[in-house]
Design a binder for this molecule. Structure first.
Ligand SMILES: *Cc1c(COP(=O)(O)O)cnc(C)c1O
Length: 371
């Protein structure tokens, strides 16, 4: 029995991915140990935040970095930082930014809900989101014309949740921002390359700690030293309810160290092998077909996509929504990805599966289909 079962909750087979609703990722012994040790001593927190920033920057190429409790907190604190520009009187009054430049320009197809709405995170930091263009088409002119004397930053979101076509690319966003003497913020929360966007010339880049890094619940923003200093000041203002504890910071630093030394190609190969097993075995179940697909945002993430074999489903078998409901209803509860459920597709992410999970998924699907 795991600790959650001991308090009366069902075990979860996570075939969904690094998602908040299931607890994102699990900790390695090394990361858990770093968090334990971090929690067992005192330290001057401002010094820890500064030192953690230096260490994180060694992994990102940023001039400095600021550790946060999540990527969402990093978005809020970055917006707040750019509005206050380090001025104490503004730090003290945020999130009230009345009368101050406070607009954040974001492409409409990037104004997503990743589990919570992006505009909420901007507003929480005192910002006003200004959506440029339309949901499926944004051109450079839309961005240019959205910029006013109240603009404090341009915001680019790199995510599979975003509209992938018809958006202005990151290089163009960077050039427009810099031509207007504005910083470009990038949300790369779930990305796996911690250097790429700094190298591309982004001024502030945001990551989540528990996603690719499999760290303790955390996040960080990395980039230009001056802007990062504005972000850090928020811990004496609106950042207080978003504080990250010393144990969380030490877990993050250990996870960064581990990630740097990890054999990622081997991990991808192992995940592909799991996907292939799922595709072969699920396709043997009458009424189901499965194929390997790649992540929509182009990351090296492969998943098994299950579709209903329409020739068979025409004879009154279950819908994808029903199958998904039955997967979740059992014990353990099996959580697949449901972004394309309305199109009759159920996706299985191999990354969070533990030993025995993939066999269990096949067994349960067979039971569900055979009724
Ligand atoms: C997950 C995610 C976030 C939020 O990350 P948290 O660390 O959970 O706050 C923000 N933006 C994008 C694009 C994400 O995928």
């Amino acid at each position: 029995m795991n600790v959650y079962e001991k308090i009366g909750l069902k075990r979860v087979v996570n075939a969904s991915g690094r998602v908040t609703i299931l607890g994102v990722s699990t900790l390695s012994d090394e990361v858990a140990q770093a968090a334990i040790e971090g929690g067992q001593s005192y330290v001057v927190i401002d010094d820890l935040i500064n030192r953690a920033g230096e260490i994180i920057s060694g992994y990102t190429g940023g001039e400095d970095s600021c550790v946060t409790s999540s990527a969402s907190a990093a978005i809020c604190l970055t917006v707040a930082g750019l509005i206050s520009k380090g001025k104490k009187s503004i730090v003290d009054r945020l999130p009230d930014s009345t009368g101050l430049p406070n607009e954040i320009v974001i492409q409409k197809g990037h104004s997503i809900d990743y589990g919570a709405p992006m505009p909420t995170m901007i507003r929480l930091g005192g910002g006003v989101p200004v959506e440029a263009g339309t949901a499926n088409e944004v051109v450079p002119e839309d961005i240019e014309e959205a910029i006013t004397e109240n603009t404090v930053a341009l915001f680019y979101v790199k995510s599979h949740h975003c509209v992938q076509k018809g958006m202005v690319d990151i290089e163009t966003m960077r050039d427009i921002a810099h031509r207007h003497n504005l910083p470009l913020m990038v949300d790369a929360a779930a990305e796996e390359d911690f250097r790429k966007y700094i190298a591309l010339g982004a001024d502030l880049v945001i990551y989540s700690g528990a996603k690719a890094l499999e760290a303790t619940t955390s996040g960080f923003v990395t980039g230009k030293k001056e802007y990062i200093s504005y972000v850090k000041k928020q811990y004496h203002g609106i950042g207080r309810p978003m504080k990250i504890g010393k144990e969380g910071i030490m877990g993050l630093l250990k996870a960064l160290e581990r990630y740097e030394n990890k054999d990622r190609e081997k991990e991808v190969a192992e995940n592909i092998a799991k996907v292939q097993y799922l595709c072969e075995e699920i396709s043997k179940i009458p009424g189901l077909k499965a194929e390997q697909i790649q992540d929509e945002a182009g990351r090296a993430i492969y998943r098994a996509r299950v579709t209903l074999d329409t020739a068979e489903t025409a004879q009154g078998t279950k819908s994808a929504a029903q199958i998904n409901q039955e997967l979740r209803g059992g014990d353990p509860q099996i959580y697949a990805r449901t972004e394309f459920l309305n199109l009759g597709k159920i996706d299985f992410d191999p990354r969070p599966l533990v030993d025995g999970d993939k066999e269990l998924i096949v067994k349960r699907l067979r039971e569900i289909m055979e009724g």
